[in-house]
Design a protein around this ligand. Structure first.
Ligand code: NAP
Length: 344
C-alpha cells in the first residue's frame, strides 16, 4: 500500500471507548468498539495513522483514581501509548510519512499536538521502540540503575519478571554484574527466565511456600528489590531483604484489577527499621532530561545482542481489550502490543 493511498483512505475511525467502569475485574465488556469520523488536525497538530499500540498494566489503574491522568470515565477513548505515522500535518517539523510515538489511544487515527509527540527515525523493527527502546526499556534502565543503584555482585530480585518491564530489568541486572532472582506466576515462565534469559533463580508467586522459596533463593538477603506488583509479594519480600537493602517501587500491578486495593503493607515500617531498608518510588518522567543517554546504552545492548527484546505482537485493533485483560492475568511473556496497521 502506498503512502498516498493511505492518505486517501477511509474517512472513518474505529476506536475503543470505555463503556463502563469495572466494578471488580476488568473484562472486554467494559469497552465498546465504535466508529467515528476521522478527525482533522487543528493548527499545531498532526493526524496520525496508529500502527502499534502498547498494552500496559497501568491501563487498568487509570480506571481507579486521578493520577498523572484523569481517571477514565464512560465515553472516553481508551488512552494508550502508541507508534503512529503522520498522515497530515499542520505542525512545523513533522511531515506526512514521519513515524512518531505518543499517547494516540486505542484507535485507527488520532490527532495530537506535535509538541506531545516524539519523532522516531527507526533503524530497527518498530516493536523495539515499544519495548527496549521505549518507555519499558527506559523504566527498567533508570529504575534499576538510578533509583535502585544496583551494583556488581549484588542480589537483585524483580517481580513480574517475565513481563515487559521485569524481563528487561533482569537482563540489565545481569549486564550490571548482579545475581538475579525473578518472581513470576507460572512454571513455564520460570523455565523461560532461567533457561533463556539466564536468571540465577526464579520463584513462583502462587507457590504457598513463597516466603521459604525466596529465602533460599536469596540466602544473604536481597540488596535490591525491583517491585512491579506490590501487595502480598511486596509483603513477603520485606522479610527477604538483606541489611541496608533498597526497595524500588515501580508499580503495583497486583492491586490494579480491583476496586478494593490493599491498604498499607505489613512490614512497613517494622522491616524498614530492623533492616535499615530504603523504599522509594519513581516515575519514568523523573528522568526525562536523560532519556537520550539511556537510549544510547539500550541501543548498544540491543545491537550487540546483550539485550534480548521480548515482544508479543497481536494482530488487529479488535484484540486490544482481551489483550489487556489477559496481561492482567499473566497471559503475556514480555512486552505485549497490538498491530493496528503496517507502516506505509
Ligand atoms: N514507574 C513508572 O514510571 C512505570 C512505567 C512503566 C510501567 N510501570 C509499572 O511496571 C509494572 C509492570 O508493567 P508492564 O506494563 O511491564 O506489565 P507486565 O509486567 O508486562 O505485565 C503484568 C504482569 O504482572 C503479573 N501479575 C499480575 N497480577 C499479579 C499478582 N497479583 N501478583 C504478582 N504478579 C502479578 C503477571 O505476570 P505473572 O504471570 O508473573 O503473574 C503479568 O504478566 C506495572 O506495575 C506498571 O504500572 C511503572
Amino acid at each position: 500500500m502506498t503512502f498516498t493511498s493511505i492518505q486517501r483512505m477511509t474517512q472513518q475511525n474505529r476506536q475503543w471507548r470505555v463503556a463502563t467502569v469495572p466494578n471488580d475485574r476488568l473484562s472486554a465488556s467494559n469497552f465498546t468498539l465504535e466508529t467515528a469520523d476521522r478527525p482533522e488536525p487543528a493548527p499545531g497538530q498532526v493526524l496520525c495513522r496508529v500502527l502499534l499500540i502498547s498494552i500496559d498494566a497501568a491501563g487498568r489503574a487509570w480506571f481507579q483514581a486521578d493520577t498523572y491522568r484523569r481517571a477514565l470515565r464512560p465515553g472516553d477513548v481508551m488512552p494508550g501509548f502508541a507508534i503512529g505515522q503522520v498522515v497530515a500535518s499542520r505542525c512545523d517539523g513533522l511531515s506526512p510519512g514521519d513515524i512518531v510515538s505518543g499517547d494516540l489511544g486505542w484507535q485507527e487515527y488520532a490527532v495530537a499536538d506535535g509538541t506531545k509527540l516524539d519523532r522516531i527515525q527507526p533503524s530497527r523493527p518498530l516493536p523495539n521502540y515499544l519495548s527496549v527502546l521505549g518507555v519499558t526499556g527506559l523504566t527498567a534502565f533508570f529504575g534499576l540503575l538510578e533509583a535502585g543503584g544496583a551494583r556488581p555482585g549484588e542480589t537483585v530480585v524483580v517481580s513480574a519478571a517475565a513481563g515487559a518491564t521485569g524481563s528487561i530489568v533482569g537482563q540489565i541486572a545481569r549486564l550490571a554484574g548482579c545475581r538475579v532472582v525473578g518472581i513470576c506466576g507460572s512454571p513455564e515462565k520460570q523455565r523461560f527466565l532461567t533457561e533463556t534469559l539466564g536468571f540465577d533463580a526464579v520463584v513462583n508467586h502462587r507457590d504457598p511456600t513463597l516466603r521459604e522459596a525466596l529465602r533460599s533463593a536469596c540466602p544473604s538477603g536481597a540488596d535490591v528489590y525491583f517491585d512491579n506488583v506490590g501487595g502480598r509479594t511486596l509483603e513477603v519480600m520485606m522479610g527477604a531483604m538483606g541489611h541496608g537493602g533498597r526497595i524500588v517501587c515501580c508499580g503495583a500491578v497486583s492491586q490494579y484489577d480491583t476496586n478494593a486495593p490493599m491498604v498499607g503493607v505489613r512490614g512497613v515500617p517494622g522491616y524498614l527499621i530492623l533492616r535499615s531498608l530504603t523504599m522509594r518510588g519513581f516515575l519514568l518522567s523523573d528522568y526525562l532530561p536523560r532519556y537520550g543517554a539511556g537510549l544510547k546504552v539500550l541501543e548498544r545492548w540491543l545491537a550487540d545482542g546483550s539485550l534480548r527484546p521480548m515482544e508479543e505482537v497481536l494482530e488487529g485493533l479488535e484484540e486490544a481489550p482481551e489483550a489487556l485483560v489477559g496481561l492482567l492475568n499473566g497471559a503475556n511473556l514480555g512486552k505485549r502490543m497490538i498491530r493496528v496497521a503496517a507502516q506505509a
